[in-house]
Design a protein around this ligand. Sequence first.
Ligand code: DLL
Length: 424
Amino acid sequence: MSVEAMRKHQLGCLKDTLQRVYEKIPFYKDAFEKKGVKPADLESLDDLSKFPFTVKTDLRDNYPFGLCTEPMSNLVRIHASSGTTGKPITGPYTADDMHQWGECMARAMWAQSVRPDDIAQNAYGMGLFTGGLGFLLGFERVGCAVIPSGSGQTEKQILLMEDLGTTVVGCTPTYALTIAERASQMGKDLHKFPLRVGLFGAEPWSLEMKQKIESRMGISAQEHYGLTELMGPGVGFTCEAGTLHINEDHVFAEVIDVDTEQPVGLGEKGELVFTSLQRQAMPMVRYRTRDITRLQRSKCACGRTFLNMEKVTGRSDDMMIVSGVNVFPSQIESVLMEFEAIEPQYVIHLFKKGYIDAIRVDTEARAEHYDKGKEYLQNLAEKVSAKIQAVVGIRVPVTILESKSIPRSVGKAKRILDEREVMA
Ligand code: DLL
């Protein structure tokens, strides 16, 4: 679709969405009135910036169905995401929403070379999490034979892959690493399996981690981005040219400056904000994702005109401020991945040193390197720490542990352990 045609489509959908939420949902009516705007004030796409944001606490405050525009009789599915505190947030869907979701997923998978003759092992968590059932929808729409293995039972996953001849696997990137590690312990060479492509997402992962997964599993690693508030996975996907595109006919994307809350131009970094364009059950207006990225509109070799989005390198709420310096876990991850001797596993401890925040990093040496002894490990830790300092600008002590000391994840990894309250 040409960019002009897309913009026309988006404007029509935005008008409809704003009108619907204004009429049907008191939360939006109040928020619009507080800002002094009415749906009719949207005459161009730029006018959307006059409208109020929606944030996660708004979803919690309106739990469970306060932001739902449809009667229960029209809902066919309810997902939920728990987050770290309090009530979960809900993601309700009408039959039409499910259809749109399947379309977005299948479209992404097709771009990633998934075809009806593929055998797809779906190792995302099945249940309330949108990953498992969202991927199931897409795989089924493409027409693959799906193995709904869910997450966990890693040895069984590997046996299924081998026996059933899995060609496509979907899971979190950290779980992919867990699978690769267990396979090698079992003496199985994943390179000899028919596996050829992995569909990874649901958490930030560096390009270096992508390369590790590709070399350890002998596959091409593709990316999926999405969030429960905007249907789940299906918002963004890498194409055959490796660009992360946004399904722009379903979500309208903006990037804002976190401090001024004003939209920034293409190519500038900031927080992603999404407005749903066609969602029926729970439309979202200017939802602040907390995800940090930048958008580009450049001609992609794949031919798609969709916006390009840079890999999400972190969330504004994952950003640690240590000695006044902003530090993202992804920066530390990129450094760790550069060291051959180190396993792609780490935990960042955030703690109090007197009154100030401090961090340290635990990571693991690969078994053959750990055996080289204490002096070698201390040396290695110093080198890693120096490299981190060069990248983030502050000294971060590093401890190198024995292989398998850090708990392996089957879903989203927990990278930051915030021990500030415990230590205070
Ligand atoms: O994680 C949906 C999903 C499932 C996406 C499977 C891709 C694959 P939530 O649990 O609501 O939904 O978490 C959404 O996860 O705001 C990002 O911070 C993070 N996230 C998701 N995908 C990526 C990605 C699902 N590819 C939150 N890169 C989002 C970085 C990601 N972060």
